[in-house]
Design a protein around this ligand. Structure first.
Ligand SMILES: [Zn+2]
Length: 214
């Protein structure tokens, strides 16, 4: 869902004040405050009207108010999580089952030639609302919805370096043991959303930083 206009901008002094206040709050109080400010949590509370199409006790599916095409749906959990790795495994599994079923409905109802699933984590990845969500976008030949990235040319040693780093950490994954313990978040939390039009675009491509779990 795109960001509505008029989101408050904070001065550095106000940000320092907020950080100070956060430090003195309990995790429950912090969670409560995040939920009050989160657009999707406010949708779930009925404070912001939307166009719901389906829900159960864990998931909510609604039309995107700034759709790429008619029938563009968002699916998100009713519990607040900022990014996907924070969600318990069983909830992620449930979310993608819902995404699969809604995709089927979107195909059927819109007559789409394709359905694109987008899931973004962190502002750098284009996540505008810091509450996990999945876009289900009906697609048609030459509909003009941008999908592709400009491929970077990596040298053989760059492939090898990032491959080794990823594979050595990925080796620790135990897929057969479901866990509700979130994976360690090594990327920063998404920053508060910015008003439409203020999104800055970096023109410089960066080599991905290699970070390891401690
Ligand atoms: Zn939320």
């Amino acid at each position: 869902m795109a960001q509505p206009q008029g989101q408050p901008q904070y001065t550095p002094e106000q940000i320092a004040e907020i950080k100070k206040k956060l430090a003195s709050m309990s995790p429950e109080e912090v969670q409560e405050m995040i939920k009050k400010q989160c657009i999707f949590c406010r949708v779930l509370n009925g404070e912001i009207p939307t166009y719901p199409i389906w829900e159960d006790d864990k998931m909510f599916a609604t039309l995107e108010i700034q759709p790429a095409n008619p029938g563009h749906v968002l699916v998100f959990p009713k519990e607040h999580f900022s990014v996907l790795p924070q969600m318990p495994d069983d909830l992620v599994a449930h979310m993608f089952k819902v995404v699969k079923q809604i995709s089927s409905v979107v195909f059927e109802v819109t007559g789409a030639e394709g359905v694109e699933i987008r899931q973004r984590n962190g502002q750098a990845a284009g996540q505008m609302i810091p509450h996990v969500h999945v876009h289900i976008i009906p697609r048609f030949q030459k509909d003009g919805v941008p999908t592709d990235w400009e491929p970077q040319k990596l040298a053989e040693e760059e492939f090898k370096k990032i491959q080794t780093a990823l594979a050595s950490v990925a080796k620790q994954i135990n897929i057969s043991t479901p866990t509700s313990a979130p994976v360690k978040i090594i990327a920063p939390e998404p920053a508060p959303v910015q008003p439409t039009g203020t999104k800055t675009k970096s023109t410089k491509k960066k080599t991905p930083k290699i970070k390891r779990h401690p």
